[in-house]
Design a binder for this molecule. Structure first.
Ligand code: NI
Ligand code: MN
Length: 224
């Protein structure tokens, strides 16, 4: 399993020729590692409707033919743009062309730029190639992360930006609940209100937990 951090909350998971893209906010993202017209995907998973997560989804789906998987409200609205979508909701497991995704709770809001209702904000647990990867989406710390840890996690992507989501100190508490083998911080450094020191977060995780943290630069990848 290969994970590439594309900047902000955007990641690409690759296994056995399958490519799962999550929250592809690239155009207008000063930290984007790749242009929207250069990314390839078979599936695009969206955690919620905010513009820094939906991003370039429609353009990428139209160009690549990727199917978009999200909550029913986002899937219904994007389907009207002429792309293939699958609508699900929190707690539901959806088979993907490669692996599966189960949506989790997240403590956050979800609306489109025009104020349109974007359903519930969610996290996502991917089961791909024998690995379990949790993308927390945008969220506060919540105690039920301990439930998400059931079955074991190989990697957790956690927001550390503060202001709109949990910050670094709460993200360390999240690692204690989730007990993943690997941790990658996301959703920081893109805009002034969410500037954070990812290296300091990495060191705090490694001092307080048994997890291995990776402060990936946009464009950097790890295999696990
Ligand atoms: Ni958001
Ligand atoms: Mn966000």
């Amino acid at each position: 399993m290969k994970l590439t951090f594309l900047g902000h909350a955007a990641i690409l998971l690759e296994h056995a020729g399958g490519r799962v893209l999550v929250d592809p906010f690239l155009t207008g993202n000063p930290k984007a590692a790749v242009a929207a017209d250069a990314v390839e995907a078979d599936v695009i998973v969206l955690t919620h409707a905010h513009a820094d997560h939906v991003g370039d989804t429609v353009a990428i789906a139209k160009r690549t033919g990727a199917v978009v998987v999200s909550n029913v409200e986002i899937a219904g609205r994007l389907a009207r743009e002429g792309i293939e979508t699958i609508g699900a909701n929190t707690g539901g497991r959806v088979a993907l062309p490669v692996g599966a995704v189960t949506f989790t709770a997240a403590w956050h809001s979800s609306s489109f730029d025009d104020g349109g209702y974007g359903g519930l904000a969610m996290g996502a647990v991917f089961e791909i190639g024998g690995r379990r990867v949790y993308h927390a989406g945008d969220t506060a710390l919540f105690g039920d992360m301990a439930l998400i840890a059931r079955g074991g996690l190989d990697l957790a992507l956690l927001p550390i930006g503060d202001h709109f989501t949990m910050g670094p100190a709460d993200a360390v508490e999240a690692v204690k609940l989730l007990r993943p083998r690997h941790v990658v911080p996301i959703h920081y450094g893109t805009f002034p209100p969410i500037e954070q020191d990812a290296g300091a977060f990495r060191d705090a995780v490694q001092a307080a937990t048994d997890s291995v943290a990776h402060a990936l630069a946009p464009g950097e990848a790890i295999e696990f």
